[in-house]
Design a protein around this ligand. Structure first.
Ligand SMILES: *Cc1c(COP(=O)(O)O)cnc(C)c1O
Length: 432
């Protein structure tokens, strides 16, 4: 990539003071590889300080829905900004949050998910669900239900509680001794065989419905979610769905759980909630759970949990605008067409090519496995996935790998031509 004469102020100060997530910082600060500095975005395109344009191939780590600088979302944020940017949600209410809660409940209607608890990000949405679930069982006189079940290779966030549920050893093993103990299973058969499950000791099961994103786009078998709901009902165990990634159209329906007609006891939403503009999350739950927390103040049934920026009005305004865009621009229909196009292009450009292994797709989520010419996996130290994504930047594509899987998750506003260019950029990066 062409190098400017001198590093920009952003690069110099970044190297001197910033610490990036999931990033080996010695490599990051290597003077030979200045970081890409993004200065602006429009639709599916991000512009670098280097003057070059990049397709946002992973929707800015799975958050962006309708593109960058969408006029409607920008206007909604500015309008709210003129009123008030933030007020505490502890002790006061405001219309953007009230309206958003109603809209979310309407989206899931008819159904028992009636209450919305706001927080800041995917990890906190999960923490809220876990704490609510644990307290619920205490309040209804079953304090022996203390165990949570989570799935192998799951990802539910990085705060210590959410990480306890996570099953990716690379991210979490160092902190294992500070995490709460959980029951981890690979399959529903394993779940049914657990002693704690049969003995009524389980409070809740947490799962990413239909697809585990961080587990390199691992697709669950069809019918699995419905069967899990049935098993939970049988044992009266709460089902917590982590739709932080799958929510808001990613898998083709507004929520992934719709595809198997499943209603959870807790639904966790974040990433796409604000269209990818601001950090905001929501944990939805049922009237049955909510009512267990009611009672006179002295009964101490209150849910003692909250953050300073809970239900931030700017975030709520962005989320409301994003939901309006779904209707006005008939976005779900467009997702259907675009994911069909993505499927065709993945098959045309990449499937069956030397160096490409399995390709998995659901809606506008695709995982492309990179393998050696003989189909065997690359040694991890070669970092083939990482270098392929680095190389793809030269062909105008910005995305990230997970191990040797390259992820594509286009914003919903992408044109078919832009989706084609994303897939071709992966092909070109592989070839070079
Ligand atoms: C990203 C993600 C999280 C964590 O969300 P943050 O906002 O990064 O804390 C949790 N669960 C899933 C499925 C995710 O993809």
């Amino acid at each position: 990539m062409s190098r400017p004469e001198r590093d920009s102020a952003a690069v110099v100060w970044d190297r001197a003071h910033c610490w990036h997530p999931f990033t080996p910082m010695e490599e990051w600060t290597d003077p030979g590889h200045p970081p890409l500095v993004i200065v602006s975005g429009r639709g599916a395109i991000l512009r670098g300080e280097d003057g070059r344009e990049y397709l946002d191939g992973n929707s800015s780590i799975w958050t962006n829905l309708h593109g960058h600088a969408h006029p409607k979302i920008n206007a909604a944020i500015v309008e709210q900004l003129e009123r008030v940017a933030h007020v505490s949600y502890l002790g006061t209410a405001h219309e953007p949050a009230a309206k958003l809660a109603r809209r979310l409940v309407e989206l899931l209607a008819p159904g028992p998910l009636e209450r919305v608890f706001f927080s800041d990000n995917g990890s906190t949405a999960i923490e809220v669900a876990v704490k609510m679930c644990a307290q619920y069982w205490q309040l209804v006189g079953q304090p022996e239900r203390t165990w949570f079940v989570a799935f192998d290779q799951a990802y539910h966030g990085d705060t210590t509680g959410a990480a306890s549920l996570g099953g990716v050893p690379l991210f979490h093993h160092r902190f294992a001794q500070w995490q709460f103990p959980i029951l981890r299973v690979k399959t529903l058969e394993e779940l049914g065989g657990l002693e704690e499950w049969r003995g009524g000791k389980v409070a809740g099961v947490v799962i990413e419905p239909l697809v585990q994103g961080v587990n390199r786009v691992h697709l669950w078998p069809k019918g699995m979610l419905g069967e899990l709901r049935r098993l939970c009902d049988e044992r009266e165990v709460c089902l917590i769905l982590d739709e932080v990634m799958t929510g808001f159209g990613r898998t083709g329906t507004m929520f992934a759980c719709e595809q198997e007609g499943v209603v959870p006891d807790f639904l966790c939403l974040a990433k796409g909630l604000t269209g990818g503009y601001l950090p905001l999350a929501a944990t939805l739950t049922t009237r049955r759970i909510y009512e267990a927390f009611l009672g006179p103040v002295e009964a101490m049934r209150t849910f003692f949990y909250g953050h300073s920026y809970t239900a931030n009005p700017l975030g709520c305004a962005a989320a409301l605008a994003s939901l309006e865009i779904f209707q006005e621009e008939k976005v779900l229909g467009r997702i259907g067409e675009l994911s069909g196009h993505l499927r065709v292009e993945l098959a045309r450009v990449l499937r069956g090519r030397a160096g490409v292994g399995d390709i998995r797709q659901i809606g506008l989520i695709a995982g492309i496995d990179l393998v050696r010419a003989d189909g065997s996996p690359w040694p991890a130290r070669e970092r083939v996935g990482f270098w392929t994504c680095q190389r793809a930047r030269e062909f105008g594509l910005l995305t990230r790998n997970i191990g040797d899987t390259v992820l594509l998750m286009p914003p919903y506003c992408s044109t078919p031509e832009q989706v084609t260019r994303m897939v071709e950029a992966v092909g070109w990066a592989l070839r070079s």
